[in-house]
Design a protein around this ligand. Structure first.
Ligand code: NAP
Length: 245
C-alpha cells in the first residue's frame, strides 16, 4: 500500500491498459480519477472496482482531443480528490494504414490525442503537483522499432513522448517531480487483440513469444508511481516481451 493517501489521474481508464493502471494504483492505496471518451458503462465498472478496494474512484468523461475538456478533467480531479500527486497519460488511438492513404482527420486525431493531450494534461496538472509528484506517459515500443508497414504515423506520435519525457524531467526535477515513459509492446486489448489478424507476426518478433496482459504494463506504471522509483526520472521503461531486444 505504498500509494496510500496519493491522488492519481489516469487518462483513458475505461478499458485496456488504462483501466489496468487505474486498478493497480488503487490496489496500492491511491484514490483514482480517470477519463474516458465514450465507454460510460465500462468506466462505471472500473470506478466500482476501485471503490470495492476502499479507495475513491472517479470516472470523468473528457475527450483528450478537446483542450477545454482536459482542463476540466484536472480541475474536477483536484476538487473531488482534494489534490493531485500522480498523472498517467494512457489514452491513445492507433489508426493503421499506409502513409500514402492516411486521411488528414486520422493524422490530426492521432496527433491531438497521442501527442498534444499529454502536453496539455501535464500543463494543467503541474501547478497541483508537489515534491514526490509523478508524471508517467504510455508510449509504445513502436517508437523504437517499426518492423511492419502501416503504423508509421502512430509510431511517430509515440516517439514524440520520448523527448517530451526527457525534457519535462529536466524542467520539473528542481521541484522533486519525476517524469517517466513506459513503452508497452503488443498488449492484449481492443486496440490490439491477441487473436487479431497480425497477432502471430507480432508474437514472432518477441523473445517471450507472447502478448502482454494489461496488468503487466500496469505493474511497471505502479512501480514508477511509488517510492521505490524515487530516483528514476527522464527514463524509458520498455515492457515488450523482448520485442526491441
Ligand atoms: P484501448 O483498448 O483502445 O483503450 C483506449 C482507452 O483510451 C479507452 O479507455 C478509451 O476510452 C480511451 N480513449 C481513446 N481515445 C480517447 C479520447 N479521445 N479521449 C479520452 N479517452 C480516450 O487501448 P490500449 O491498448 O489499452 O492502449 C492504451 C495506451 O497504450 C495507448 O496510448 C496505446 O497507444 C498504448 N499502447 C498500446 C499497445 C497495445 O498493443 N495495446 C502497445 C503499445 C502502446 P473509451 O473507452 O471511452 O473509448
Amino acid at each position: 500500500m505504498d500509494l496510500l493517501g496519493k491522488r492519481a489521474l489516469v487518462t483513458g481508464g475505461s478499458r485496456g491498459i488504462g483501466a489496468a493502471i487505474a486498478i493497480a494504483l488503487a490496489e496500492k492505496g491511491a484514490d483514482v480519477a480517470f477519463t474516458y471518451q465514450r465507454s460510460a458503462d465500462r468506466a462505471a465498472t472500473v470506478a466500482r472496482s476501485i471503490e470495492e478496494k476502499g479507495r475513491r474512484g472517479l470516472a470523468i468523461q473528457a475527450d483528450s482531443a478537446d483542450p477545454e475538456a482536459i482542463g476540466r478533467a484536472v480541475t474536477e480531479t483536484v476538487d473531488v480528490l482534494g489534490g493531485l500527486d500522480i498523472l498517467v497519460n494512457s489514452a491513445g488511438i492507433a489508426t493503421a494504414g499506409m502513409t500514402v492513404d492516411l486521411s488528414l482527420s486520422d493524422l490530426q486525431a492521432m496527433l491531438d490525442v497521442n501527442v498534444r493531450a499529454p502536453v496539455l494534461f501535464a500543463q494543467a496538472a503541474i501547478p497541483h503537483l508537489s515534491a514526490g509528484g509523478r508524471i508517467i506517459s504510455i508510449g509504445s515500443a513502436l517508437a523504437e522499432r517499426v518492423p511492419f508497414p502501416g503504423v508509421t504515423a502512430y509510431a511517430m506520435s509515440k516517439s514524440a513522448l520520448l523527448s517530451f519525457t526527457r525534457g519535462l524531467s529536466r524542467e520539473l526535477g528542481p521541484q522533486g517531480i519525476t517524469v517517466n515513459l513506459v513503452q508497452p509492446g503488443s498488449t492484449d486489448t481492443e486496440m490490439n487483440p491477441a487473436n487479431g489478424e497480425n497477432a502471430d507476426h507480432q508474437r514472432s518478433l518477441t523473445s517471450l513469444g507472447r502478448f502482454a496482459e494489461p496488468r503487466e504494463i500496469a505493474s511497471a506504471v505502479a512501480f514508477l508511481a511509488g517510492p521505490a522509483a524515487s530516483l528514476i526520472t527522464g527514463a524509458v521503461l520498455t515492457v515488450d516481451a523482448g520485442f526491441t531486444a
